[in-house]
Design a protein around this ligand. Structure first.
Ligand code: FAD
Length: 378
């Protein structure tokens, strides 16, 4: 059996033995999930999207969606950091045959010895992450980058950052590999977001950071192609799957609570029709969105011309469903759900991130409508 064939079982084992038992404490302490990522690396999961020829498992979007659902359902912070690493790995691997810094680092990224992430977002451009203000400046054979990136997941913990900038050689964008230890790189602030408490999305400061020209991934000006051709499908499918995992976990907790909550008169909560309806609605939402995510992943893996709309819809549908299902699960679990006795409050907070992560759901709805009407996206 190949590593890819074994991954569902090995990831499930890591989730059961390591990730799930640590989730509540990690959330309470807002701790970065280093041990969880190490265990996933040992299982071969951090190379999921890297070709076998470069030390990875050679998986695609379907395998990613299964892993993200499993991991994200147990601990969304771990799911998020695993996903951002996987997106960075797929992006670095897209340029694998070429010589360059990404190709040199790929084996380390695939093994998990090097953790990766994306530094795309900026305060000045917000949800329009695909239009950065930071600029690459070629000077004496090197490329210099100055400025500030915001919301960098795994910020300060990751070893490799894919930094999106304006190209100074073309009209387009460039994506550069910047390493954490490069002079001029620093991180500040602590992650204080509503949910995903351990994902360490902090600001990255670049003060005249110099990288070699071969740290660019792809040809000059190919950044937008990378963003929309590689980063977006992997990120959207993976984030959708993390949210299916969150919703499924909230449903499982609510179902067990309803079946096990006994009243003094001998009745059980699950005998209440309103609760039965809530469980039915949640189950249908989870199954429907899981189906959408898997279909989008399959079309993406097949390079289907029509994959873009289902991939965008999968993210909107799954993150919207996760918000609704976690709210419904809170109602089913009542006051117990509002306390740390059950993990519902954590799922509810974690499910609030998906809609505002770029491409945000408000933006994606416009893009989906444009694509359906035959207009260019974005
Ligand atoms: C948990 C978390 C992790 C993240 N991790 C990363 C990461 O690893 N790397 C990274 O680069 N970024 C990351 N981000 C950043 C994220 O992807 C967004 O770029 C960021 O949240 C934008 O926030 P903003 O307040 O600047 O949005 P704003 O641009 O101020 O938008 C505010 C609201 O207006 C809406 N809006 C704005 N313009 C439009 C439009 N044209 N049409 C419709 N609606 C619009 C948006 O949808 C949003 O709801 C992360 C964010 C979160 C919450």
């Amino acid at each position: 059996m190949s590593v890819l064939d074994e991954l569902p079982t090995t990831v499930a084992t890591v989730v059961r033995q390591q990730i799930a038992p640590a989730a509540a404490t990690l959330d309470r302490r807002r701790a970065f999930p280093s041990d969880n990522l190490r265990a996933l690396a040992e299982a071969g999961a951090l190379g999921l999207l890297v070709p076998v020829s470069h030390g990875g498992a050679g998986g695609g979007l379907e395998a990613l969606s299964a892993a993200c659902e499993e991991i994200g359902g147990a601990c969304a912070s771990t799911g998020m950091t695993f996903l951002m690493h996987s997106v960075a790995a797929a992006t670095a691997a897209s340029d694998a045959p070429a010589h360059g810094r990404a190709a040199e680092l790929l084996a380390g990224i695939a093994s998990g010895a090097l953790l990766g992430t994306l530094a795309f977002s900026e305060r000045g451009t917000g949800a329009h992450f695909y239009a950065p203000e930071l600029q690459a400046v070629h000077e004496e054979g090197r490329v210099r980058i100055s400025g500030r990136k915001s919301f960098v997941t795994s910020g300060g913990h990751a070893d490799v950052y894919l930094v999106l900038v304006q190209s100074d050689e073309t009209e387009g964008l460039d994506c550069y590999v910047v390493e954490r230890d490069a002079p001029g790189v620093s991180f500040d602030g602590a992650w204080e977001g509503l949910g995903m408490a351990g994902n360490a999305s902090v600001a990255m400061q670049l003060d005249d950071v110099a990288v070699d020209a071969d740290a660019r991934i792809g040809a000059p000006g190919a950044g937008a192609e990378l963003v929309f051709g590689v980063v977006a499908p992997v990120f959207l499918v993976g984030l959708a799957a993390v949210n299916v995992g969150i919703a499924a976990a909230a449903l499982a907790t609510a179902t067990a609570h309803a079946a096990g909550r006994h009243y003094a008169d001998g009745s059980v909560l699950a005998e209440v029709q309103a609760i039965q309806h809530a469980l039915a609605d949640m189950d249908m939402a989870v199954r429907a969105t899981r189906g959408l995510v898997r279909e989008a992943a399959r079309l993406g893996d097949a390079d289907d011309d029509g994959a873009l709309v289902p991939i965008m819809e999968a993210k909107v549908a799954a993150t919207t469903a996760a918000e609704a299902v976690t709210q419904r699960a809170l109602e089913v679990c009542g006051g117990q759900g509002y306390t740390p006795a059950l993990p519902i409050a954590r799922h509810l907070r974690d499910a609030r991130a998906g809609a505002v992560m770029a491409p945000t759901n408000l933006v994606l709805r416009s893009w989906i409508g444009k694509a359906l009407a035959g207009l260019p996206v974005p």
